[in-house]
Design a protein around this ligand. Structure first.
Ligand SMILES: C[S@@+](CC[C@H](N)C(=O)[O-])C[C@H]1O[C@@H](n2cnc3c(N)ncnc32)[C@H](O)[C@@H]1O
Length: 285
């Protein structure tokens, strides 16, 4: 598509998006239009166009992610900086970093930061999110596209267990959210809803473990799909299914039958060991 045509297309797409948003309906279509407009965006370096998150949705995203004084928050594709600034100003995060490839957005974010008066706890970096290290983050917000979330997913899953990732409108394919809700907004001029998703990075527990529970030594063979766990336990020479297994960051829980009764185990994973109240486990392989 010629440059002028692409500009016209983008303008038309945005007009369609605005009209749909004003009508307060067909938000699935809104997201599709947004994705298409992104593909047609004028700056070929940008993976997605700028559309700001409504302030009510920003607030709820940060509430859902439980942002607080111990957190380092990153917004990947930070636009005018509203999410990062709010994380530090309204939720008291100890540090906020916004990354955006568009210098115009960084300029706006820095101007908004100046007005917010939160000082040097917030930084904006004019960089590509796919070439920037954000591993220090304890909370990440994303308003990108499904394809971009999926591209980031391996890096996100390698982050410290318990890192919270909050996204709006776009999820993480077959990584099921730990929480999902619809947030209403009535921002300057138009009403609507956005879906907000929370993903908590799960510890990695797949493999064989030796568990000590009281007098018993139990062999566990766990398989993991994101935060869901299943597998088998060998208890007193008999095989028992691991049921209701799940991870919330580094917290693990599962149930198995001991002496014919279901027993629930809860513990905390740290690297190759798990510590529970009356039990421990060590990774065997
Ligand atoms: C939909 S906007 C979201 C803005 C902000 N996070 C919010 O929710 O209000 C996406 C932003 O990502 C930026 N962006 C697109 N591709 C990028 C990339 N590869 N690296 C960094 N930023 C990028 C765009 O410039 C735009 O500001």
């Amino acid at each position: 598509m010629q440059r002028m045509n692409r500009t016209a297309f983008l303008r038309n797409s945005l007009a369609v998006i605005a009209a749909i948003a004003l009508a307060g309906s067909a938000f699935a279509y809104f997201d599709e239009s947004y994705a298409q407009a992104s593909n047609e965006a004028d700056d070929p370096r940008l993976d997605v166009i700028y559309v700001p998150t409504p302030h009510e949705v920003v607030k709820r995203m940060l509430e859902i992610a439980k942002v607080g004084p111990d957190d380092i928050h990153y917004d990947l594709g930070s636009g005018d900086g509203r999410i990062v600034i709010s994380a530090v100003k309204d939720f008291n995060a100890k540090k906020g970093v916004g990354i955006d490839l568009d210098p115009q957005r960084i300029k706006e974010a820095k101007a908004n930061l100046e007005k917010a008066g939160v000082g040097d706890r917030v930084t904006f970096l004019n960089r590509n999110i796919f070439e920037t290290d954000f591993s220090e983050a304890s909370v990440i917000s994303l308003y990108l596209l499904s394809t971009l979330n999926l591209k980031l997913r391996p890096t996100l899953l390698d982050m410290k267990p318990g890192t919270r990732i909050v996204t709006q409108s776009f999820a993480m394919d077959d990584w099921q959210p730990d929480h999902k809700e619809t947030v209403e907004f009535d921002a300057t001029g138009y009403k609507g809803t956005r879906t907000v998703y929370l993903f908590v990075v799960p510890a990695k527990v797949g493999g064989k473990w030796t568990m000590n529970a009281g007098e018993r030594v139990i062999a566990l063979d766990l398989s993991q799909t994101f935060q869901h766990i299943k597998g088998t336990a060998t208890v007193d020479g008999k095989s028992a299914a691991i049921k209701d297994g799940k991870l919330n960051g580094a917290s693990i829980e599962f149930t198995m039958e001991i002496d014919g009764k279901p027993v629930k185990y809860e513990g905390a994973v740290e690297d190759n060991s798990i510590k529970g109240n009356n039990w421990t486990a060590k990774k065997a392989s």
